[in-house]
Design a protein around this ligand. Structure first.
Ligand code: CDP
Length: 201
């Protein structure tokens, strides 16, 4: 069975938690596509070459979750050649047998416009910055500034800007608990699976 769940949204909106919960619930594979851009940014050198030669070791670097790696990722992510080099891997992951959840910025719009379920997970910049601060600590104002800077770069770039797909279900998690957000996402996937089954019957 091929079944793709596309989850997009800005930094620290809860995409990762929701994606992991969906993958566990339905037995789907999960790809955090942000990690690909983080690894390209962290590798250094020419970004296009870095994207073309990514190895599993590059993706296992312990420093990829830092604020600096997030900034470096969003700087290389504006480059069309970097995005092109990472497209094929993401598309084939999305269509693997057994179902897949991919989270990122352009999964429902560019990588997998035919995904069976699309979610756009968001929250206010303040709420997202607070969540990120709980993870990384440091200066709260600086974390908020970093979230805003990355939002602006991701939403305003020419290539594959962050925006909801026209047919995405929007989940604003600002005032939701993680359990509520996960429950809504699970219902959306159940509805997608049921729609596909009735289509096939
Ligand atoms: O975890 P967080 O939401 O903070 O960020 P991430 O998903 O790891 O993504 C890091 C950066 O990679 C983003 O700010 C984007 O600039 C870029 N990215 C992208 O352009 N397209 C994707 N599909 C995933 C990430």
């Amino acid at each position: 069975m091929q079944f793709t769940v596309a989850i997009d949204g800005p930094a620290a909106a809860g995409k990762g938690t929701i994606s992991r919960a969906l993958a566990a619930e339905f037995g789907f594979a999960h790809l955090d596509t942000g990690l690909l851009y983080r690894a390209v940014g962290a590798k250094g050198g020419d970004p296009e070459t870095a994207a073309q030669t990514l190895t599993p070791e590059d993706l296992a670097r312990p420093d990829l979750r830092s604020l600096e790696a997030g900034q470096a990722a969003s700087r290389v992510a504006v480059l069309p050649a970097v995005r092109a080099a990472l497209t094929e891997f993401q598309r084939s992951f999305a269509r693997r047998t057994g179902g897949a959840v991919l989270d990122g910025r352009d999964i429902g719009t560019v990588i997998c416009p035919e995904a069976e379920v699309k979610l756009y997970v968001t929250a206010s910049a303040e709420v997202r910055a607070h969540r990120r601060w709980l993870e990384v600590g440091g200066d709260a104002e600086q974390v908020l500034a970093e979230v805003r800077e990355r939002d602006a770069r991701d939403m305003n770039r020419a290539e594959a800007p962050l925006k909801p797909a026209a047919d995405a279900l929007c989940l604003d998690t600002s005032t939701m608990t993680i359990e509520q957000a996960v429950a809504e996402a699970i219902s959306a996937v159940k509805a997608g699976l049921a729609a596909r089954k009735s289509h096939a019957d």
